[in-house]
Design a protein around this ligand. Structure first.
Ligand code: HSE
Length: 308
């Protein structure tokens, strides 16, 4: 058994329009890398968080440290680990930065301990890490980051995660304006009440999206990508959101909404060509704003954390 492992932990899009806190999918090509080694000090040492010096290295405050500790506590192990995190996902991006580090950490440690847990079981530990970053329990980024594909969190108590194979031709374009939105703050602005009429439309869409994913019905997926509850409250946080959405819909997007708590915005597409056109439309809107941004075009990824 090796004493060291390197992993790639993917970025992810959560909420997916209608599914606040219960839906998410993994994306390809962007993610954190982590190198985790066993040590003989019986403690977790966050050695470096490359490129983001402001992120905590105290293992009790670092998402990776907290997630690893949750796993070790459940296992009754006092094995120590050195953790190096190469962050390629900017914190506060809305594409699951903290979730990637939490998911990568538990998959790597599980590997080094000869896999006492399944990937599905690891989601619970990763979620505990994510909680320190966002101040609330949600698994809609950590589940897809750990398992890949689309994930539905049917329930939290107990955690019930359903993994859904994405339709073969489902692509996405994601624009990440380089401003930071703290998930904690973006949650605090949300009203705790939902009028019944809005709730009815919302759960119709969640069910429609599930049916669309299972039957590869792209039109149904598109019709269901509506959020009547969270997007209207949060879109003020994202510069040019309305224009961006209008443009990507004109460019052929199946649907478009805020990725996680923003500022990233995602659109789903039937095929790469369509996703490229959507990315071009995003570019046209944002190049006028003077705000730095990155755009990713990716298949909805079947892969969660990868052992490199
Ligand atoms: N579901 C969470 C939220 C995801 O929207 O607050 C945070 O990235």
């Amino acid at each position: 058994m090796s004493d060291s492992v390197k992993v790639f932990a993917p970025a992810s899009v959560s909420n997916v329009g209608c599914g606040f806190d219960i839906l998410g999918f993994a994306i390809d090509g962007v993610g954190d890398e982590m190198i985790i080694k066993k040590n003989d000090q019986n403690k977790i040492v966050i050695q470096a968080v490359k490129d983001y010096e402001n992120l905590p290295t105290d293992p009790k405050k670092n998402v990776a440290g907290v997630a690893i500790q949750a796993l070790l506590d459940e296992l009754g192990s006092n094995q120590g680990f050195d953790v190096e995190i190469i962050k390629n996902i900017k914190p506060g991006s809305g594409i699951g930065s903290s979730a990637a580090s939490a998911a990568g950490a538990v998959v790597a440690v599980n590997e080094l301990l000869d896999k006492p847990y399944t990937r599905l079981q690891l989601v619970d530990f990763a979620m505990k890490g994510e909680e320190v970053a966002s101040g609330d329990v949600h698994a809609d980024n950590v589940a897809p980051a750990t398992l890949g594909g689309f994930c539905l969190i049917r329930g939290y108590n107990p955690l019930d995660v359903i993994h859904i194979q994405p339709p073969a031709n489902l692509w996405c374009a994601v624009i990440h304006p380089q401003i930071e939105i703290k998930t904690k703050e973006a949650r605090e602005i949300l009203s705790p009440e939902i009028p019944l009429k809005k709730a009815i439309r919302q759960w119709g869409n969640v069910a429609g999206l599930m049916a669309g994913l299972y039957t590869s019905n792209y039109d149904l997926i598109g019709r269901s990508l509506e959020d009547h509850i969270v997007e209207p409250q949060r879109k003020v946080l994202i510069p040019e959101f309305d224009e961006l959405k209008l443009s990507v819909m004109k460019a052929g997007a199946l649907g478009c909404s805020i990725s996680g708590s923003g500022p990233s915005v995602f659109a789903l597409a039937n095929g790469k060509e369509s996703a490229d056109s959507i990315a071009a439309a995003m570019n046209t809107v944002y190049e006028r704003t003077g705000i730095d941004y990155k755009i990713y075009v990716s298949k909805v990824s079947e892969d969660g954390v990868k052992i490199l």
